[in-house]
Design a protein around this ligand. Structure first.
Ligand code: GDP
Ligand code: MG
Length: 689
């Protein structure tokens, strides 16, 4: 019977068509009982019900106040009210579980969210969310991502309210959460060595590591992770990081990751202050990082350390021995002389800086280097800056995330955790982050995925935006080229290690001039992927692979779109190749070769031909087809081409000095007696960068 099915039916469909209030209508509770009782006598004849399911009699008994018929007691009636309510609830089905019995929550919904995470935030079961989505024709697994619109529908359907958050909100609180007072303890200084090429940066780093690490640790260094810690002579540790260059140092700072406490400026005593020395000074100064000067190669007979000291004054660096503030040490990376002193001075400087960090919190820091390792997958060398990084932590760096599968220290040993100022390799990232990216440990995978997804989307959008600017129409592009006056060679660059990619990009950006240059649409670590090729194709760019190869899909895409992929394994070759390509883009130089001068003596008007100038060649030679300038009173009044050249009636190829001839010009008639004609040839010379 329909009456039994629908909760509102029993009363509204009552015999007699009179709508009567029920116990489900709380607004009239006082009247409900007497009226029901009063109406009872009309109910016994409800015809359709006798053979209904078992559940029915209970209800019927209550409803019908069978007192008249069976002499049922009041107890029966009370029970029947309760059972009716239960029954209604039971029959009305699972979909309509009383919403008032659970908490309506405010659910924070980001741009995308996994089904599981949405369920968690609503305190609902994930399977219920999946089922609801399925009803709406959306097939999703618990781990699948849904967009915010879908999530909102689901949440509201389940009686929750939704707060949509801006995409960038996902990053909120990721970094720089303040520490509680007194939570910070001493940490090791982080030192970067900078200086001019060949002044001994690498040698110095190696020398320090060898004397300090190899001597102390059996087995020595099994691998190079671009950073290491050594014990300082005064106790404690010093962390050295090997940044690939000054620009990278600054790039890291631009990305908000100040990675260095102290810069050791290496100056070779036999060479003095050089351009990159000055560059390093500027970078360190801009970063507000104190400098220590290491005057290297003092073992060399031609070393002139005092010359270095005085040269540094030009850059407003006054070393201690000249009465200034900057600490300086004479060293030799070759003999090891002065290395202990250098470490002491670093320690001294560190004490002045009073470097502290809270080790007792979720770790954050900066990616120093990242690569794709054939055997180990993506490997990121990071510097922990605060907190302690543990194996098993979930980390986000740039647009990549992962669960720390293994931590490898600077000696190549696996370690369960890493304290502040410790460089360590992280294994377990899903993809290689970029050098200079900040990393942070987050509370769960969902958060990590959310942040990484957001950043990946941003990256894609930026790349796409750049690409569409490029292809927004040929005319626009041409006008851009005209107004900017610069032709650009668009490139997509992929390499095996972030350091080389950065070096390549930097070198390429340097070889342009104001006429031509490269435009790097995308650069990154890893093999050439299909999406790289598609991006390149959209901008008619070439793809450069440095020590990496294209995946099969990428090769197919390249064939399909006619995109060129070039492979290199030597940076110099790559740069050279691009340089010559760009040289080809340079408009050739026009070189003017003077041929001769002539003077107009007389003008003849010839019917059908126009005006002809009767001239005398005064010096050099005049040639047919050459370029000419018409000069009157030392002012150039016309530039153009010689149309005809005649001796008497005959056309000739050239006329030499001292000879008379007739000339006419292309598209020009207004010459006069007394004008001087300068004749020259233009040759185009290919230019190179
Ligand atoms: P970087 O370009 O600054 O990394 O310089 P390198 O460390 O590659 O050194 C350049 C050259 O200088 C190498 O041939 C080194 O052997 C040499 N060199 C470095 N330090 C010293 C030193 O203290 N004494 C001498 N005699 N040669 C050194
Ligand atoms: Mg070097």
């Amino acid at each position: 019977s329909p009456a039994a099915r629908r909760p509102s039916a029993p009363t509204s469909a009552a015999p007699g068509g009179v709508r009567r209030p029920t116990m489900a209508e709380p607004e009239e509770p006082a009247r409900a009982a007497p009226r029901r009782l009063g109406a009872a006598p009309s109910r016994p004849v409800t015809p359709a019900k006798p053979e209904r399911a078992k559940a029915a009699p209970t209800k019927e008994r209550g409803r019908l106040t069978i007192a008249t018929a069976t002499g049922a007691t009041g107890e029966d009636r009370t029970r029947s009210v309760a059972s009716y309510r239960r029954r209604v609830q039971r029959l009305s089905g699972k979909g309509h579980q009383e919403p008032k019995e659970k908490l309506a929550r405010e659910v924070v919904v980001p741009e995308t969210i996994t089904v599981q995470e949405l369920a968690n935030r609503m305190s609902e079961r994930a399977v219920d969310v999946v089922r609801l989505l399925m009803k709406q024709g959306v097939m999703k697994k618990i781990t699948d991502l849904i967009d915010a619109d879908t999530a909102q529908l689901v949440a509201e359907d389940l009686g929750h309210t939704v707060r949509r958050v801006a995409e960038s909100d996902v990053e909120e609180g990721l970094f720089d959460a303040p520490d509680a007072e007194g939570a910070q303890t001493q940490r090791a200084p982080v030192v970067t060595i900078m200086g001019h090429v060949d002044h001994g940066k690498t040698s110095l780093l190696d020398a320090i590591r060898h004397t300090k690490v190899v001597k102390g640790e059996a087995g020595g260094i099994t691998q190079h992770i671009g950073a290491y810690q050594v014990p300082s002579p005064l106790g404690g540790l010093i962390t050295f990081i090997d940044t690939p260059g000054h620009a990278a140092f600054t790039a890291m700072r631009q990305r908000g990751a100040k990675s260095t406490d102290i810069v050791v400026l290496v100056v070779a005593a036999d060479d003095g202050v050089m351009p990159q020395t000055a560059e390093a000074i500027n970078h360190a100064r801009a970063a507000g990082v104190p400098l220590i000067v290491a005057i290297n190669k003092i073992d060399k007979p031609e070393a002139k350390p005092d010359k270095v000291r005085s040269e540094l004054l030009q850059y407003e660096i006054q070393v201690e021995s000249l009465g200034g503030e900057t600490l300086e040490v004479e060293v030799s990376a070759k003999t090891g002389e002065g290395l202990d002193k250098l470490l002491e001075v670093i320690q001294l400087q560190a004490e002045i800086l009073d470097l502290k960090a809270n080790a007792d919190r979720a770790a954050e820091g900066v990616v120093i280097e990242a690569k794709l390792d054939r055997g180990r997958g993506p490997v990121a060398t990071v510097l922990v800056q605060r907190g302690t990084l543990h194996q098993g932590d979930i980390v986000v760096a740039g647009s990549e995330w992962g669960r720390v599968r293994m931590l490898v220290d600077d000696k190549g040993a696996s370690t369960p955790n890493a304290l502040p100022s410790t460089p360590v390799e992280i294994l377990g990232f899903n993809g290689a982050p970029e050098a200079g990216d900040r990393f942070a440990v987050v509370e769960n995978e969902a958060r990590a995925r959310e942040i990484a997804d957001y950043r990946q989307r941003q990256k894609r959008e930026q790349a796409a935006a750049r690409a569409t600017v490029r292809v927004s129409g040929l005319e626009e592009m041409m006008s851009q080229i005209k107004t900017a006056g610069r032709k650009e060679l668009p490139l997509v660059i992929k390499g095996d290690v972030q350091g080389s990619v950065e070096a390549i990009v930097q070198s390429l950006e340097k070889i342009g001039n104001d006429e031509v240059g490269v435009r790097v649409l995308l650069s990154g670590v890893g093999g050439v992927t299909e999406s790289d090729v598609i991006l390149a194709a959209a901008s008619k760019a070439a793809v450069l692979g440095f020590n990496v190869r294209a995946l099969k899909e990428a090769r197919d895409a390249a064939d399909r779109t006619g995109t060129e992929i070039r492979y290199y394994n030597i940076i110099y070759d790559l740069v050279d190749d691009i340089k010559s390509t760009m040289s080809g883009m340079l408009s050739p130089e026009r070189r003017e070769d003077f041929l001769g001068n002539a003077e107009i003596r007389e003008i003849f008007a010839v019917s059908k031909v126009g005006k002809i100038a009767g001239c005398l060649v005064t010096d050099g030679v005049v040639q047919k087809g050459a370029s000419v300038r018409l000069i009157r009173d030392n002012v150039v009044i016309h530039e153009g081409k010689l149309a005809t050249l005649k001796r008497f009636k005959d056309d000739v190829q050239e006329v030499r000095a001292g000879t008379e001839c007739g000339m006419s010009f292309e598209n020009y008639q207004d010459m006069r007696a007394g004008d001087v004609i300068e004749c020259y040839r233009v040759t185009e010379v290919k230019r190179t960068l």
